[in-house]
Write a protein that binds this ligand. Structure first.
Ligand code: SF4
Ligand code: SF4
Length: 283
């Protein structure tokens, strides 16, 4: 396994190698105000529902098929459609099964970071080499505008208390992942009028924590979400925000906001036959 062959973390590989996302994580443990649960997780997605949700064993049947049909897949990832660690049993079982059968494949995860902490040792032992955490603010005044609630254990926390817990868990997770030498990306959604002037501060903090790469993702309005009326950021403002952030930390410029069931080369649509197989495996 050459870790440099991850098409998201290494732009040189984006046309050469593909990834497959296994949609095994339907539930979420927070409510981002830009997310409508009818859609994929904006952690790693553009609007559009995943075609199906798979159980771990179903995901393996599907994965075997994808490897037969699609060439040059270097990465197997879990990116929703909810959060992997709001579904830790499904997520961990899937990763174990994939690692057992495909010892050479790159394993990757995208999460909001709230629940990953207790699993970091085992993830590292399984050689999950790439993790993405979506972190949108490091300031409670800003962060508490972005989340409606955070579910922490059995408690559902209101925005301010919820954001404080979320941020604490995110920062702890990043520190532990870096201690374990996991390549760590942070996704930050650019939210006009909310955090757009704060992203350089996020970039500085992430650089301090030795995060490998920052992916500033332009907000995309979801009809059913609380932030449905916030406009998309202009192309020019995205360029300027990334330019400022790049003074502190390397930037990802080629993210395609993929679906939670994306397959193949970044930016290419899943074929019908892959979607049909996904739905068949889910039954
Ligand atoms: Fe939606 Fe993802 Fe936020 Fe959960 S973490 S509310 S699935 S965007
Ligand atoms: Fe890669 Fe971005 Fe797609 Fe995630 S959403 S698989 S980082 S291109």
């Amino acid at each position: 396994m050459d870790l440099a062959n991850h098409p998201c973390f290494n732009a040189k590989m984006r046309g050469k190698y593909g990834r497959v996302h296994l949609p095994v994580a339907p539930r979420c443990n927070i409510q981002c105000n830009y997310c409508d649960r009818k859609y994929d997780c904006v952690n790693e997605s553009r609007p559009g529902v995943t075609s199906a949700v798979l159980k771990p064993r179903q995901a393996m049947t599907y994965l075997d098929y994808v490897f037969e049909e699609v060439k040059n897949i270097s990465v197997v990832g879990i990116a929703g459609p909810g959060d992997p660690f709001a579904n830790p049993d499904e997520t961990m079982e899937t990763l174990r099964l994939v690692r057992e059968k495909y010892p050479e494949i790159i394993l990757c995860l995208a999460t909001n970071g709230l629940g990953i902490g207790p699993y970091i040792d085992e993830l590292s032992e399984m050689n999950v080499s790439h993790v993405t955490i979506t972190l949108n603010a490091v300031d409670p005044e800003i962060g508490s505008q972005i989340y409606s609630f955070v579910r922490h254990g059995k408690r559902v926390l209101a925005p301010k208390a919820g954001f404080e817990v979320l941020l604490e868990k995110q920062l702890e997770a990043i520190i532990r992942l870096k201690e374990k030498n996991v390549t760590t990306k942070v996704n930050t959604i650019i939210l006009p009028g909310i955090n757009e002037d704060h992203i350089e501060t996020v970039a500085e903090k992430m650089a301090e924590l030795k995060v490998d790469i920052l992916n500033c993702i332009p907000f995309f309005p979801n009809k059913g979400a609380k932030f449905a009326d916030i406009p998309e950021p202009s192309k020019e403002s995205v360029i300027q925000i990334r330019k400022k952030a790049a003074q502190h930390i390397p930037q990802m410029y080629h993210c395609k906001r993929c679906r939670a069931d994306a397959v193949g080369i970044l930016g290419e649509e899943n074929g019908c036959q892959i979607n049909e197989k996904l739905q068949e495996c889910a039954q």
